[in-house]
Design a binder for this molecule. Structure first.
Ligand SMILES: Cc1cc2nc3c(=O)[nH]c(=O)nc-3n(C[C@H](O)[C@H](O)[C@H](O)COP(=O)(O)OP(=O)(O)OC[C@H]3O[C@@H](n4cnc5c(N)ncnc54)[C@H](O)[C@@H]3O)c2cc1C
Length: 222
């Protein structure tokens, strides 16, 4: 992770101000956090006002993809417009000697840019697979999507040209006069992991999960 103080943001609007030394703009750092994350929050200005919707996502090099039903109001409002997509991995809680210095351990990415609706059939299909396989790679084991399913799904592409990363690790940064005081300071790590696969109630007996499903059990989620 490079120090944002030494790096140049692609635009002024993604320049970190507070805690800038925790940040970076380099693409590898952006990719690492996006590849570790599970949920994206997609921020859109709709005719009814701003809305932020959680969604799955996928990444192909420097493009982030999100998808949803063609009737999805947020995605429809986002088409061709400026959006802000954030991905956050929560790694723990930081407990200060005073609540003022409570914080969190995290890795986060903020992406700002214009959302392009994907219309080319090959990119559309590739993006659906990327999104599907982002966390658990089951596409090649599942029934292929039908034309109707594909038609019902819209995909937006957001370039990663304007993206920033911020990573907070370690413990609290307390007031010097509090360090010799009686109050506890430290951190509580958050470690999330995937559990054992649970077959569907109506699964035909004898069908075993693909290795991508069994392999994920017990591994770190983020
Ligand atoms: C889980 C979590 C909890 C947080 N809790 C708080 C809180 O309670 N209060 C608080 O003030 N801050 C909190 N933060 C930090 C917050 O995200 C901002 O970094 C912080 O408010 C400082 O923003 P700023 O003024 O520097 O940037 P802003 O002026 O708000 O944003 C300018 C640009 O900086 C970049 N940027 C800002 N924050 C981030 C980020 N986290 N990751 C990547 N890029 C970023 C974006 O590109 C943005 O366009 C939290 C962060 C996380 C991940």
């Amino acid at each position: 992770m490079t120090d944002a103080g030494d790096a140049t943001p692609a635009s002024e609007r993604i320049r970190l101000r507070r805690g800038a030394h925790l940040g970076s703009y380099d693409r590898d750092s952006v990719h690492v956090v996006l590849d570790a994350g599970v949920v994206a929050h997609v921020g859109v200005v709709t005719p009814e006002g701003p809305v932020v919707i959680p969604m799955g996502y996928g990444r192909d090099d420097d493009v982030l993809y999100v998808h949803g039903a063609v009737g999805n109001a947020a995605l429809r409002a986002a088409e061709g417009e400026q959006v802000c997509v954030t991905v956050t991995v929560l790694d723990g809680l930081i407990v200060g000697r005073s609540p003022f210095h409570n914080s969190m351990r995290y890795r986060s990415v903020v992406v700002r840019g214009a959302a392009r609706r994907v219309t080319a059939a090959d990119e559309h299909m590739a993006a659906l697979r990327l999104i599907s396989d982002h966390v658990i790679s089951t596409w090649e084991h599942a029934r292929p999507p039908t034309d109707a399913e594909i038609r019902k799904t819209m995909v937006l592409a957001v370039p990663l040209a304007e993206a920033s990363v911020k990573v907070r690790a370690g413990g609290p940064v307390d007031e010097p006069e509090d360090l010799d005081g009686p109050h506890w300071g430290g951190a509580v790590p958050l470690i999330s992991s995937w559990g054992d696969p649970e077959p569907a109630d109506d699964l035909v007996s004898g069908i075993v999960p693909p290795s991508s499903v069994t392999d994920i059990a017990g591994t770190r989620a983020t």
